[in-house]
Write a protein that binds this ligand. Sequence first.
Ligand code: PCA
Length: 212
Amino acid sequence: MHKNYREAGCFMSILITGFEPFDGESINPSFEAVKLLPDNVNGCEIIKLELPCVFYESISKLEAAIRTHKPSVVLCIGQAGGRFSITPERIAINLDDARIPDNAGNQLVDTPIFADGENAYFATIPIKAMVEAMHKAGIPASVSNTAGTYVCNHIMYGLLHKLTTVPEFDGIRGGFIHVPFSTEQVVNKPDKPGLSTEQIAKGLLACISVCI
Ligand code: PCA
């Protein structure tokens, strides 16, 4: 059985998630980079979880993991193919509007995520400090003001909605970071930028260090 971070002798824990591949890709650089992260950073336990690229099921799996591990911070990571840099997201909106079906075949269009939810939630992680830390580590990074309207915005909204409305989650901070394609994904996409999964992991580690 998993020990929580106190039983494991750590002073805090961070839950960090990546997504499974979607849209015909064979990997998702978000989870590939998460897997490269250490399990402990300066006494902070790093808990890694892969989420399905499926509306709602992703939120249920994330909520269950938050209940099990009781982390101090939750960072969700996803692929934004075509972006040049690692982009902490500022805001999630209460809307699903999918260009393609999710991995279970659901294509939600112009649909609120939670009927009783706020229109939008801001990230509660320090996005500007994260960008600065990534720059210091030599990794291209910038703040993004839109997480889109697909499963990544959905998980960010779902996370912040749960952190705001579930009493046991009081005080937990959360946010979402988009990462570019990995270099192996763009060998056949000459007009698309890529970063190696090692560089993406280095950027995520800089973000984690800011949270600690
Ligand atoms: N990126 C998609 C969903 C899963 C992922 O890694 C998005 O940006 O919505």
